[in-house]
Design a protein around this ligand. Sequence first.
Ligand code: ADP
Ligand code: MG
Length: 273
Amino acid sequence: MRSICVMNQKGGVGKTTTSVNLAAGLAKQGRSVCLIDLDPQGHASLHLGVDAFGQTPTVYDVFSGKKTLAEVKQLAVDNLWVIPSDLDLAATEIELVDAPGRELILRGAIERLVQTQPVDYIIMDCPPSLGVLTINALTAAREVFIPLQPHFLALQGLSKLFETTALVKRRLNRELIVSGIILCLYETSTRLAADITDDLMRFLEQSDPQAPWYKARIFDSRIRRNIKLAEAPSFGQSIFDYAGKSSGAIDYGALVTEIIAAEAGTVAQPAAA
Ligand code: ADP
Ligand code: MG
């Protein structure tokens, strides 16, 4: 099983779009996936047509110890389960302030889930902060994927994000690695995106071998800006079901292929231009 935390404390960089479409793409390839929505905005849940209204149990109930993940999960499409979230989750940051072992709640819950219902992938969509929910995800995950929008402030904030992964690795999760950086909202026509990508590559090459991000790869598959990706959430569908021929579906499809190929140790096909 791979457990992947999709994080970046900046909002609007493509975390939710990536979590949802990556999860859906892997599910379409026959992999079993559990997507955990850790953002109180609940956008990942809504994107897959899972509305946590009324008495629907959510990940909040897991953090407050009332439910297990198995009791909360909902099947969104074939092979893809969602752990929904809603605004109640915003209270978790405060409610857990003094709770002992508060960083370990999600890790324990996932260990319990996979004992009875193993899946190939756990994907966690993080909120845009470095609070207790994101720390829970980093403690529960083995890997971190960072969606990044390559504009001129993109690298600002990245050092804080990296420091957080190093801190969690030191204190809570020795296994943690930053395995991939996904360039989202990529502008193929500008030099800027290419320059920022080069800067980032140089930074990674020069980093300390002990750092969790030392072996991070920048995925070859870049996610171009595509209006269909922004429309799909309103229809409660992944990009593959909403607009299977769009450039968004092609790009996320290429990313899924690249990820699966890397597991098999084969060379991925280059992303379609
Ligand atoms: P985050 O979860 O990091 O806040 P989102 O994935 O919600 O970011 O993306 C922010 C907004 O940008 C959303 O409205 C989303 O639909 C849109 N968006 C994300 N990726 C793309 C893309 N490649 N092309 C066009 N719109 C995108
Ligand atoms: Mg989001």
